[in-house]
Design a protein around this ligand. Structure first.
Ligand SMILES: [Zn+2]
Length: 299
């Protein structure tokens, strides 16, 4: 597939960065970063920012949760996004992004796992872009915004399974790495473990597919200290009990229990600085039946 100039350039940068990362554990830095796992119920929305206010928003939850995303952005002091990432076309990931774009929240660049106009994204999303540039990103691409670095780990090619085609990325925040695998399942997780090996190693893992089963090889490659589960009321009993057992020895954050969670990442390590549990739970219970109908239509 044809590559855009930025992608070609970024692959070279990636190679350089990869070489450096293998040579030294990670560059030591005095920077402080903030990671906000936004409680969007059953869905995913996560904000990463550096101390200069440069920010990346990865997914935006269902459209009903967009006000919560706006609130989280405001509370984080973010009035523009350098980069917005749309992992895949399911509503629990991209609807809230479309709302932000419709409201003309300033965004420098949107990247997604599909070419612009692809049918797996709601046409509303494409219309909402307005003049904001969009690029398809694929495994091997990397971007740097401010001091935040993003490397795309998946996919190479798209399949009809939207979850398995999710864009999986690794964020490098100073000395820390955060792995965001979106909604990939166990087979794709194993494939990533085989392909990327120890480069998956990350202090923070956002649990794949809202706490669904984690492949053993993937878990062993990532070796997280923290696992963040972006989940809300759902009929599939997620998080899976096997994940609960697997994560018994690490710090576990679950948005259904802990609400919106803010972590700081700096040379001193990873610290939990805020939790806001049980935001709008009543409305969520009431909305769930309608969401499940939409989910079944989309999957
Ligand atoms: Zn999802």
């Amino acid at each position: 597939m044809r590559h855009l100039p930025y992608a070609t350039l970024s692959r070279r940068v990636t190679q350089l960065i990869s070489t450096l990362l293998l040579a030294i554990p990670l560059a030591a830095g005095g920077e402080s970063y903030r990671l906000t796992l936004i409680d969007v119920g059953y869905g995913l929305s996560i904000l990463a920012q550096d101390s200069d206010g440069t920010a990346i928003l990865f997914d935006g939850g269902y459209r009903e949760e967009a006000p919560l995303v706006r609130t989280a952005l405001a509370q984080a002091g973010i009035d523009s996004l350098a980069l917005m990432v749309a992992s895949h076309g399911h509503g629990d990931h991209i609807e809230g992004l479309a709302v932000l774009l419709q409201k003309r929240f300033p965004v420098g660049l949107v990247i997604g796992n599909v070419p612009q106009g692809h049918a797996s994204f709601d046409s509303l999303f494409w219309r909402s872009l307005g003049g904001v540039p969009y690029r398809q990103a694929r495994a091997g691409d990397s971007l740097a915004v401010g001091s935040l670095q993003l490397q795309v780990l998946h996919p190479d090619t798209l399949t009809e399974n939207l979850n398995e085609s999710s864009m999986a990325v690794s964020l490098t925040l100073g000395t820390h790495r955060v792995l965001l695998p979106a909604d990939i399942g166990v087979h794709t997780q194993e494939a990533l473990a085989t392909r990327w090996g120890q480069r998956l190693r990350s202090g923070i893992l956002v649990a794949p597919h809202h706490g669904d089963v984690i492949a053993r090889g993937f878990w062993d490659a990532v070796k997280p200290e923290w696992v963040l589960v972006p989940v809300g009321p759902n009929p599939w009993e997620l998080p899976d009990s096997r994940v609960t057992r697997l994560t018994a020895e690490v710090r576990l954050i679950d948005t259904h229990r802990d609400g919106t969670v803010i972590l700081t990442l700096d040379r001193g390590g990873i610290s939990l600085i805020s939790r806001t549990p049980h935001s709008c739970t009543q409305r969520r219970e009431a909305d769930m039946a309608e969401r499940m109908r939409r989910w079944r239509r989309a999957h």
